[in-house]
Each structure stands twice: as C-alpha cells, then as structure tokens.
Design a binder for this molecule. Sequence first.
Ligand code: NAD
Ligand code: LMR
Length: 328
Amino acid sequence: MTDTTPVVVTVTGAAGSIGYAAVFRIAAGDMLGPDRPIKLRLLELPQAVSAAHGTAMELQDGAFPLLTSVDIFDDARAAFDGTDFGLLIGAKPRSKGMERADLLSANSAIFAEQGAVINDVAADDIRVIVVGNPANTNAAVAAASAPDVPAERFTALTRLDHNRAIAQLAAHTGAPVRDISRVSIWGNHSATQYPDIFHARIGDRSGADVAADTDWLVGDFIPTVAARGTAIIEARGASSAASAANAAIDHVRDWVLGTPADDWTSAAVSSPGAYGVPEGLMCSFPVRSVDGAWQIVDGLEINEFSRARIDASVAELQSELDAVAARR
Ligand code: NAD
Ligand code: LMR
C-alpha cells in the first residue's frame, strides 16, 4: 500500500544556489514520489532568512499539491525537531583557485553542530545527505557528533560525480544515457575521486572494452569527471548548483524508492571496512538501495589500476579526517 504519511524534510542553506534549485523539485514530488506529502523546513543563517522567506513565497505560488507546509528557521534545533530527511547543503562554497580541502576548517564546525542537534531532536530513522563541501568529511564529522544515530543514516553526495561519469561516457561512445549502467565512483568528492568503468555496461559494449583505450581513460575521462566541479566554477564563476540539486534528489529518491534492477549507483557511506577502506571513513562506493538501506555492491574484482586510484583517494579522506581531529 502507498504510504501517504507526511514527511518532514529539512533543507539547510535553503536560500543558497543549490537549496533554491532543490526545494521546488522536492515540493513537486521528484524526491519522494508523487504520493508523499511534504512538510518543508528551511534552515538559514540569520542574514539569509529574508531570502528564505522569498523562496517560501515562491513555493506557495507553486501551489504544489504535495506541499503541506513551509517553515523557516535560523535555529538548527527547531529546524531538525522530528525531521525525517536532512539535506545538509548550507556551507561555504569553493571559489576560483580554492580546493575543497580549503573549506575543511570553515565548514566542519557547522556539521559537528548539526550532527549533535540531529542526535538530540531528529526522528529516530532520519536519513541525512551532506552536500556542503568537503562533503565526505563533513558527513563523517556529523555522524561522529550523533552517536545515537546509526552511522548508515549519514551519507554524502557523490551522485553528481556518478552522473557526470555517465554523461561523459555517453558523449564519448554515442551510447544513450539510459543504456549506461554499473558505473562506480570510489573515494572522495574531490580531484582524487576515481570514476571506475571496468564493471560498467555501455550500450552493447563492456566497460572494460571502453577502458582499454588507456589514453582516453587516463588522459581524458578520469580528469574530466574529477575536475568537472572546477571547470564549472571557471565557466560560471560559481559552483554547480542545479546539477548538484538534481543529484541530491536522485540520491534520496534511490535511497528511499530503490535503485533500478540490474544497476547500481554511487554514494558516500560510512565504510564498514569494505574493499580495504578503513572503517568509519565516509567513502564513495558502488551501492544498491535495498528495502530503504544502502548496501555496498560486493564481490567486484578490483584490478591494479583501480586499486592504486582507490587507495589514493582513501588516503586523502583519512588525511582530511585527521586534520579535523587535530583541530579539535
Ligand atoms: P551558496 O553560497 O549559494 O549557498 C549556501 C547557503 O548556505 C547560503 O544561503 C548560506 O547562508 C547558507 N549557510 C551557510 N552556513 C549555514 C549554516 N550553518 N546553517 C544553515 N545555512 C547556512 O552555496 P551553494 O552553491 O548552494 O553550495 C552549498 C555547498 O554545496 C557548498 O559547500 C558547495 O561547495 C557544496 N557543493 C557540493 C557538491 C557535491 O557534489 N557534494 C556540489 C556542488 C556544491
Ligand atoms: C562540484 O563538484 O561541482 C562541487 O563540489 C563544487 C566544487 O567545489 O567543486
């Protein structure tokens, strides 16, 4: 039977670029399906509350049938009270010339505080996606600040990288996006991430066959996907927004409603020690959603080429977490 109980969705940084792009699609039912009424909570910094009010007025003007209420907060404890889904977007974005790691100290404090609040007041079965960068480490920080919430309820966004990899594969091979499956993003949402196509299916070709063109793989595909965020900042003068919102919605939708049969996606989840990734690192893996929970795809053969790249990104994740711990 379809569940029509309203759910509480809290979006942080709701007046920012990604938040603004996300909330209308959430209200339209793109994230939780066409039958799920939504109570939206918008959390902002005090100076952006007025802008959030403007967004709320526009949401009202959308007359979305599923949108039961929109409330605006500048207090995290009130915004997360009883929350079922937390989209943690609010943070400083990267500007030209910065690496995501440069945001570490500025942003990790936000996620420590919000994790602790979620621990105290959110619904017991809250699901959290962290978008604010550096997303993996911010999610690890939030999870560590919420000891009563199972770690698997905290995740970080690497679906944008996954979608970018599929789009690049489609452009390179001519296969339609819908005929590309089983792409994997491993590691950090950063320049060290590893988009892995060795297990992919690309139209009527195997990923290993496409990957055999190492000049293209190493000289074009991997750096294009890994540096796409930078290329967008260079071109737009601001970091990706609509594509990031779209990916966050894809992530939560698949988490709740399931991944397509015979495919998987990518998400950063707390490592249980899978594929040699140390426990507790918030690492991107190939994942399937089964009965509303992410499961890391197991048993994939990892060749030497992939192993070296996964290890490099995992080492970066470890050093980010160590840097946060050293500052405390
Ligand atoms: P933005 O500057 O347009 O908006 C950020 C908003 O967050 C602002 O309105 C700000 O007032 C608010 N904010 C800041 N601190 C807050 C707090 N403690 N509580 C509530 N709100 C707070 O930035 P944006 O373009 O929307 O990007 C948001 C974040 O997402 C950045 O860190 C960016 O780097 C990151 N990002 C991640 C991905 C990904 O794939 N993981 C992709 C794109 C951008
Ligand atoms: C992206 O991948 O587009 C974002 O993470 C923005 C950034 O900082 O690169």
